[in-house]
Design a protein around this ligand. Structure first.
Ligand code: HEC
Ligand code: HEC
Length: 399
């Protein structure tokens, strides 16, 4: 072995000179050694493949630019948004004068109620969904019984067990109460007229205009996703390693992102994931029943109150839906943003925690699922570590 020239020269020096030199350079040597020994700053960015990166980036950016709903002529208009906000908290719209939209869609609880199923609903079988990001949906309700946000806002006003009001009484209230009448006039440019249905539909459109402004905040996942997009590995590495591993499962092996797709983590479609549809006294038909209601309603996009009329591109979807047996027991794929604040989960509120949901997919009963079509879901049999990682990722979609 040959010693480096510098070291040979050093060894040739007199011992005293050597000691003096060491004393002089020692602090530097020490500093250098310390630097080398310090573990790299939490550099835990997983080595995501090109496909994984592409899938991860498809879940953003957030927030997405809002899209105006052509079916609602006051969507995006300040006066209608203000009127809608007041209506949302106004119990005078209900039959008993004691229930408002905010009774179930409570702002401090991410616009849901934290209950398994909504209180007082006549059917009493469905969990109250959050209204955050609701304008991004294509179909509304767990069963897709509505094809516009305004129609989904009209239904609770009249439905027994929600606000249970009669159409005529509701229209009369809006005409009679000075502040409601004034709000209506500012929002629609005319005083509430004598056509009861028109007045109530407009109330629903103002409610929809306000709800369309409810957008969930950015989350740790969004910061990670954007850091990845601009190639900032240092910033991306700040996203916890467990969440990164959970995300890798989510877009990969576990196939969650097939249905929970895009920036809202929902493809807007319906599926059966094996949540039991038996309810006290019968079954919840899910999408099968929702489609029947949708097609029978004069409040759908093909009806007289769609402000886009024949030009409504989204009416095409309603015109072409066909009710098929497979729709039985299918429910809408929910978005996953702000999940931490919206427990319990599923259309029937049957799963109490994020861990329970992960366990549901891990121990999935494949026999229970529809046999037709390509099977997306399979029993995952996750290890404890994988289950914890997936839960950590799901939590990172909230702030
Ligand atoms: C008694 C509780 C209750 C009240 C009061 C209530 N809701 Fe709901 N809301 C629910 C439940 C439960 C659902 C799910 C319904 C379903 O899928 O069958 C829902 C669904 C919705 C949806 C569809 C959301 C989505 O993601 O598809 C909208 C929009 C909505 N409500 C708006 C309103 C408005 C506006 C009011 C007041 C006019 C209101 N709600 C009053 C419980 C309530
Ligand atoms: C085949 C489409 C599909 C796939 C794949 C899928 N989901 Fe779901 N997910 C749904 C549907 C549909 C629901 C609602 C089911 C119901 O209420 O009956 C749901 C509900 C959820 C909920 C509850 C949300 C809420 O607000 O109630 C979470 C959390 C969730 N899924 C996470 C996941 C994870 C994690 C994976 C991967 C392991 C996954 N999903 C795979 C369709 C899917």
């Amino acid at each position: 072995m040959t010693l480096p020239a510098g070291l040979v020269a050093f060894k040739a020096l007199a011992p005293r000179t050597r000691a003096a030199m060491v004393a002089r350079v020692a602090p530097w040597v020490l500093a250098l050694t310390t630097l080398a020994a310090t573990p790299a700053p939490a550099q835990t960015l997983l080595d995501f493949s090109a496909t994984e990166r592409e899938r991860i980036l498809s879940h953003g950016p957030w927030p997405t630019p809002g899209v105006r709903d052509a079916a609602n002529r006051v969507d995006g208009q300040r006066a209608a948004i203000d009127f809608g906000a007041r209506l949302f908290f106004d119990p005078r719209l209900s039959a008993g004068g004691d229930v408002s939209c905010a009774s179930c869609h409570q702002p401090p609880l991410a616009f849901q109620d934290g209950r398994r199923v909504a209180k007082g609903r006549a059917d009493g079988i469905r969990n109250t969904p959050t209204l955050l990001d609701v304008a991004q949906q294509r179909w509304f309700g767990w069963d897709g019984a509505h094809d516009s946000l305004w129609a989904a806002s009209l239904s609770p006003l009249l439905q027994a067990g929600e606000m249970g009001q009669r159409l005529e009484t509701l229209a009369a209230t809006v005409r009679r109460e000075p502040r409601l009448a004034a709000g209506y006039r500012t929002a629609f440019g005319i005083a509430p007229g004598t056509d009861d249905e028109q007045v109530v539909v407009d109330v629903a459109k103002a409610l929809a205009a306000w709800q369309a402004t409810l957008v969930s905040p950015r989350t740790p996942f969004d910061d990670f996703r954007d850091a990845l997009a601009r190639g900032d590995s240092a910033a991306a590495a700040r996203y916890p390693a467990a969440a990164q591993r959970g995300l890798r499962l989510f877009v990969g092996e576990a196939r969650c992102s097939v249905c929970h797709a895009g920036a809202t983590f929902s493809n807007g479609e319906f599926a059966d994931i094996g949540v039991p549809f038996f309810v006290p006294g019968g079954v919840d038909p899910g999408r099968h029943g929702g489609l029947q209601k949708l097609l029978a309603s004069r409040m759908n996009r093909l009806g007289p109150h769609d402000d886009a009329g024949a030009a409504d591109a989204r009416a095409v979807a309603t015109r072409h839906v066909i009710i098929e047996p497979r729709h039985f027991g299918e429910f809408r794929v929910p978005g996953l943003r702000q999940l931490v604040h919206t427990a319990p989960y599923m259309h029937d509120g049957s799963l109490a925690s994020i861990e329970d949901v992960v366990q549901h997919y891990s121990a999935l009963n494949e026999e229970r699922l529809h046999a037709d079509g390509e099977r997306i879901l399979r029993r995952l049999d996750l290890t404890l570590q994988q289950a914890a990682d997936l839960a950590a990722f799901l939590r990172s979609l909230s702030r």
